[in-house]
Design a protein around this ligand. Structure first.
Ligand code: ADP
Ligand code: MG
Length: 618
């Protein structure tokens, strides 16, 4: 059979590429504006007729092109911006694919005029559908003017696909805004159908935002500034009361390039958590600067999505700096627990009379006695002394004193057996026999009426501690254990900042701070269930958790604290438990509001019915 593969002619390849690069007039606007910026223009004029369907022209006063370059610029993969693949990782230009002009010229009539500073005369080139119609020497000012007419003249399907002028113009203006916001140091002017739509003189960032979005914007803006090793943030968020019903005022720029990132957007939403009405979106205009090596902007042809090396860290920094700004400007009730909707906990503790916190002194404490703890940095692995008293102490302060909370198995409701509410079958509970069994120091197995209950000990204990901690931070009635000697712990500046934000919350769990200095804290009391030897690790873990906190729409400091502490304090997998401890754990778990999941939403127990077993034995 004859060979059938052939190379596509350039103009066809260009048309195909154009499909990716040029979706609508606004795409042309974006490419031309970006080229002007890459050419170091200080003044950029955009002229549009009929929402770009008739004309899109960009005139700049940038460095212009030589005659040869002018001709070459329309070739595919013709770019002056990168020379090798490595250059992709140190990009500081908008373009780099060398595709835009070739694509645009493939599907429109293009007229280019350009002149470099040092030359007397410039070059004019006319191209229609990739075919060069004319090339002349002309008199023209320094810089470049590219006029794109009759877009999609040779692709009627595309042309018909265009939306109304209103819609297409909206897209053009969006692109214009994005580029103008990323470059306040450049003057931008835009004309539509002969009249000036925008005149944005070179200015600072705040003025640029105000010039685009109107004078009223000024009072809405709260500055956000942050500089860390990996990320520099500058820009503004709008105060929560000015949040909008649409997402039209949400702008992220990474290294002066407009990007879309649902993930980073989430970080902002998280920072605004609890401050916005349902269905409203925060406005933000934020510039992020990162090392170009740590991003990959090459994953999307029109380059509004980029890939970050360490998105999690960016997320955490972004959220905390926005939160910080909102807090600084007295917008966020950062430490105002009463009004945090997350704290409208389901616990009916409001009727309870408030009693003063009591301080318990550990009289048996001997500072010279060797602690039986074995602590690895950050990851916490502790060998507890195995006696019941110590186990019970894990619950001190977490158990409700009201009689109603004295749970036993008979009060537990299990979904599969709603009629009786009895978890353990009668014949079992009458015996004094063992009702629980620990499997591999990891699971607690128990028989229930319908079959078998398997509990993950670590997750279950997390749930128990979490609900206890939430209760106590909400009603501010935690039991504290006074330390014999104050404990001094040192932290970095940024860690201290975080701890400062959590201070009040920590106090509600039972921590007592005698000093909160610039780089150290002095602790004189700790929650009753926290061994002194673990305090520093628990706080480190807490800081780590706050820093690493990933998307969770229900973020609140109290909640995070409770989650982190419960994780640190819960019995670990691998820890053997006495029968009494096992039973206590099962009882306490089912006394929880939400026994079935851990604070991080992982399943705490499963049941296997006798039927399930029967099936397996068939
Ligand atoms: P890219 O921007 O990806 O390099 P383009 O097709 O947009 O590819 O442009 C091709 C080349 O044409 C650019 O690399 C640049 O050298 C030149 N060029 C395009 N527009 C301008 C302009 N306004 N001023 C100066 N040079 C330009
Ligand atoms: Mg370009």
């Amino acid at each position: 059979m004859a060979d059938i593969i052939q190379l596509l002619p350039d103009h066809v390849a260009n048309q195909i590429a154009a499909g990716e690069v040029v979706q609508r007039p606004a795409s042309v606007v974006k490419e031309l504006l970006e080229n002007a910026i890459d050419a170091q223009a200080s003044l950029v004029k955009l002229i549009v007729k009929d929402a770009g369907k008739t004309l899109i022209q960009v005139i700049d006063d940038g460095k212009g092109m030589s005659t040869t370059d002018a001709r070459l610029s329309f070739e595919r993969h013709a770019t002056s911006k990168i020379k090798s693949a490595e250059d992709l990782f140190r990009l500081n230009t908008k373009g780099f694919r060398g595709e835009a002009l070739a694509s645009i010229a493939a599907i429109a009539h293009v007229e280019l005029k350009t002149k470099q500073e040092q030359t007397e005369l410039g070059t004019q080139i006319e191209i229609e559908g990739s075919v060069v119609k004319s090339q002349d020497v002309i008199v023209t000012p320094k810089g470049t003017s590219i006029a794109v007419k009759h877009l999609f003249f040779n692709i009627p399907a595309r042309r018909n696909f265009l939306k109304s002028n209103t819609v297409e113009l909206r897209h053009i203006i969006d692109e214009f805004h994005r580029v103008a916001l990323a470059h306040p140091d450049i003057t931008f002017v835009m004309f539509h159908n002969g009249s000036e739509s925008f005149n944005l003189p070179k200015s600072n960032y705040r003025q640029r935002v105000v010039n685009i979005f109107g004078n009223k914007t000024n009072e809405k803006l709260v500055p956000v500034e942050e500089e860390t090793e990996v990320l520099k943030i500058s820009g503004f968020v709008a105060k929560p009361e000015f949040a909008r019903k649409t997402k039209t005022e949400q702008f992220f720029f990474v290294n002066n390039r407009f990007i879309k990132s649902a993930y980073l957007n989430h970080a902002i939403n998280a920072a605004f958590d609890g401050l916005l009405k349902e269905g409203s979106y925060p406005s933000y205009f934020l510039n992020l600067s990162v090392d170009p090596k740590t991003i990959d902007i090459n994953i999307h042809p029109t380059k509004t999505e980029i890939k970050f090396d360490d998105e999690h860290t960016l997320y955490a920094i972004l959220r905390s700096s926005v939160k910080h700004s909102l807090g600084q400007f007295n917008i966020a009730p950062v430490l105002d627990f009463e009004h945090d909707q997350n704290l409208d906990t389901p616990y009916s503790y409001r009727e309870k009379t408030i009693s003063n916190p009591t301080v318990e002194v550990d009289r048996t404490f001997n500072p010279f006695q060797e602690e039986k703890t074995n602590v690895k940095a950050r990851g916490i692995s502790t060998t507890y002394k195995r006696d019941t008293a110590e186990w019970e102490s894990l619950y001190v302060g977490l158990e409700s004193k009201s009689t109603k909370s004295h749970h036993d198995f008979s009060e537990i409701e299990v979904e599969s057996e709603p009629e009786t509410g009895l978890l353990f079958s009668d014949d079992n509970s009458n015996k004094v026999s063992q009702t629980t069994y620990q499997l591999h120091n990891k699971y607690i197995i128990s028989t229930i009426k319908s079959g078998m209950l398997i509990i993950d000990q670590h997750r279950a204990h997390q749930r128990i501690l979490y609900e206890g901690l939430l209760k106590y931070t909400t009603i501010k009635e935690a039991v504290s254990q006074q330390l014999l000697f104050p404990l001094v712990l040192e932290f970095s500046c940024s860690e201290m900042k975080l701890l400062g934000q959590l201070k009040e919350d920590l106090e509600h769990t039972g921590f007592v701070f005698s000093a909160f200095k610039a780089s150290a804290i002095e602790i004189t009391g700790v929650p009753a269930n926290v061994p002194e030897s673990e305090v520093s690790i628990i706080l480190e873990q807490l800081i780590n958790d706050v820093e690493q906190e990933v998307p969770d729409s229900n973020f609140s400091a109290t909640d995070l604290l409770a989650k982190s502490l419960s994780k640190s304090l819960a019995v670990k997998t691998g820890q053997s438990l006495t029968i009494m401890e096992q039973e206590h754990l099962v009882n306490s778990l089912f006394a929880c509001k939400e026994p079935s999941v851990s604070p991080t939403n992982k399943v705490t127990f499963i049941t296997m019915s006798v039927d399930d077993f029967d099936k397996k034995f068939m």
